[in-house]
Design a protein around this ligand. Structure first.
Ligand SMILES: Cc1cc2nc3c(=O)[nH]c(=O)nc-3n(C[C@H](O)[C@H](O)[C@H](O)COP(=O)(O)OP(=O)(O)OC[C@H]3O[C@@H](n4cnc5c(N)ncnc54)[C@H](O)[C@@H]3O)c2cc1C
Length: 416
C-alpha cells in the first residue's frame, strides 16, 4: 500500500478532461481522468479521490496588487518558508473571504480612525431594556439603522449577526472587501485570518479493474459572477481552467470508504439513485458489476435539468442496457416539461416494484445533493414502505432509517 495522503499527495497529471454537457447547457460538468503512474495507489468502487488545488493566479495577482505586497518576499507559513506569491497560491484559501476576516474589519476600520459615533439606542421590549452608546453593543435585532456611507457603521451592521455576514460574503471576496473598506493587512496578519487550503473529495467514477492505472471523476464546475468579476470554486476551476490537460502537476490521494460498498454477494440486486454528479460512483459500480459478472440486477435512477444537455455517459448507459447489464434505467429530467420532475417522484411512481426489490433483499444506494435530494429521496422511501409495505408511518420510518440503513446496512449514502 502506498502512503500518499492529504499532507503528502501524489503529484500526477490529468490525461483527459472534457465537458459532458450538450450545447446550450447552463451547467459545466466534466469527466476528468488522472494517471496513477508509479504511485502504487489502488482503489475500490465507492472510494473518493482527494484533490489538492491552488488559487487562480489572477486572484493572487489582484490580492498582491490591492495590498501593495512584494510577491517575492520570503514568508513562513504552516508549510514552511516560501515566497509570498507561493504562499498565497498554495497554502491558503484566498479565492473566497471568510467570517473571521470580516470580523477583523471592526478592528481595522477603528484603528484606521474611520470609526464615528454610533447613535444612542434605547429601546424596551419584553420587559428587558437595553441602552447603547458607541461603547456598548445593542442586541442584533435592535440595531439602529446606519448611514450607508459610514464605513465603521457599515462594518458594525455586517458583523452584527451571522446571517448578515453570510449574506455579505456571498457576493464578495477578499479583494472586493479590501477595496470597499480600503484596508491594509500585513501578509502575516492575513495568514492569521485566511483559512488553510483544504483538499476536496470526489466520488470516484471508475472501476480500477476497468481502467487500470487511472482514476476518473465526474465534476460539476462551480462558476458565478459578482460585481463584474468572474468567480468560482477553488478546486473545480483549478481542474477546469488551470490544469485542463496541460500536464501541470496536481496532488491527489485516496479516501477509502468502509460503508459505501457493493454487496459481497454478486447475485444481490441493487438500486442506485444518482442525479447530476451523483452518477459518479454508479458509473464505477456498473463497470465493476460488468467486470465481476454476477447475477444481481442493476437499476439506475438518473436525472438532471434536461435530457438534451445533461444526459451524462449516455453511450455507456445505452451499452449497459443493450448488453443486459442495466436491467432498469429510469430518468427524471426536471426542466423538460411544465412541472418539475425529480428522482424522488420517479421512485414513488415505481414504488410497487421497488418494494418487491426490497423484499428480495436489494441494496439501495444514493449519491449527490445532501441538502434537498437526499432528504426528498428518504421521504419517498418512507412513503413507499407505507403504500406498498402496508406499514404505519412510524414503522415505515423505522424500517427505512433504522432497519435498512443501520441494522442491515443495505441503504447506503454518499451525499455532499
Ligand atoms: C464525499 C464527497 C464526494 C464528493 N463527490 C463529488 C463528485 O463526485 N463530483 C462533484 O462535482 N463534487 C463532489 N463533491 C463536492 C466537492 O468535494 C467540492 O465541494 C465541490 O467540487 C466544490 O469545490 P470547489 O473547491 O470548486 O468550490 P469551493 O471553493 O469549495 O466553493 C464552493 C462554495 O462556493 C459557494 N458558492 C457556490 N455557488 C455560489 C454562488 N452562486 N454565489 C456565491 N457563492 C457560491 C458556496 O458557498 C459553496 O459551498 C463531493 C464531496 C464530498 C464530501
Amino acid at each position: 500500500m502506498s502512503d500518499w495522503s492529504a499532507k503528502n499527495p501524489y503529484m500526477t497529471q490529468i490525461t483527459e478532461n472534457y465537458i459532458l454537457n450538450g450545447e446550450g447547457s447552463k451547467k459545466e460538468t466534466r469527466h476528468i481522468v488522472f494517471a496513477l503512474g508509479d504511485s502504487g495507489l489502488d482503489y475500490k468502487v465507492g472510494d473518493a479521490l482527494g484533490v489538492l488545488a491552488e488559487n487562480p493566479p489572477h486572484i493572487v495577482d489582484d490580492l498582491i496588487a490591492v495590498q501593495g505586497w512584494d510577491p517575492e518576499m520570503t514568508v513562513t507559513t504552516h508549510n514552511g518558508e516560501r515566497s509570498l506569491y507561493d504562499a498565497l497560491k498554495k497554502d491558503f484559501e484566498v479565492h473566497m473571504a471568510n467570517k473571521k476576516f470580516v470580523q477583523s474589519l471592526a478592528e481595522k476600520v477603528v484603528s484606521s480612525g474611520m470609526k464615528i459615533s454610533m447613535s444612542i439606542v434605547s429601546r424596551t421590549r419584553n420587559e428587558s431594556s437595553w441602552s447603547a452608546n458607541e461603547d456598548q453593543q445593542a442586541p442584533p435585532s435592535l440595531k439602529p439603522s446606519v448611514p450607508t456611507d459610514d464605513p465603521a457603521a457599515q462594518v458594525e451592521a455586517i458583523t452584527s449577526d451571522t446571517k448578515a455576514i453570510e449574506d455579505y460574503l456571498w457576493t464578495r471576496d477578499y479583494i472586493d472587501i479590501m477595496r470597499e473598506f480600503d484596508v491594509k493587512y500585513t501578509p502575516e496578519e492575513f495568514f492569521e485570518l485566511a483559512g488553510r487550503l483544504k483538499p476536496r473529495l470526489y466520488s470516484i467514477a471508475s472501476s480500477h479493474d476497468a481502467h487500470p492505472g487511472f482514476v476518473e471523476l465526474t465534476v460539476g464546475i462551480v462558476r458565478f459572477e459578482y460585481n463584474g468579476r468572474a468567480r468560482g470554486g477553488l478546486c473545480t476551476q483549478f481542474m477546469a481552467d488551470e490544469i485542463d490537460t496541460s500536464g501541470a502537476p496536481i496532488g491527489v490521494f485516496m479516501s477509502p470508504t468502509k460503508s459505501f460498498v457493493l454487496p459481497d454477494d454478486k447475485d444481490i440486486d441493487i438500486i442506485m439513485v444518482g442525479p447530476g454528479t451523483g452518477i459518479a460512483p454508479f458509473r464505477a459500480f456498473m463497470e465493476q458489476r460488468v467486470h465481476d459478472g454476477g447475477g444481481g440486477k442493476n437499476w439506475l435512477f438518473f436525472g438532471d435539468q434536461s435530457e438534451k444537455t445533461e444526459f451524462y455517459y449516455k453511450d455507456e448507459i445505452e451499452s449497459w442496457i443493450d448488453g443486459g447489464h442495466l436491467y432498469r434505467f429510469t430518468t427524471a429530467w426536471s426542466r423538460d416539461q411544465e412541472e418539475k420532475i425529480y428522482v424522488q417522484h420517479r421512485l414513488k411512481e415505481h414504488g410497487a416494484e421497488i418494494w418487491e426489490w426490497f423484499e428480495r433483499g436489494a441494496y439501495f444506494y444514493i449519491c449527490g445533493d445532501k441538502t434537498y435530494m437526499a432528504k426528498d429521496v428518504h421521504r419517498a422511501l418512507i412513503q413507499i414502505a407505507i403504500d406498498h409495505g402496508g406499514m404505519s408511518e412510524e414503522d415505515a420510518t423505522h424500517f427505512i432509517g433504522d432497519t435498512m440503513m443501520k441494522e442491515q446496512k443495505r441503504y447506503l449514502r454518499d451525499v455532499y
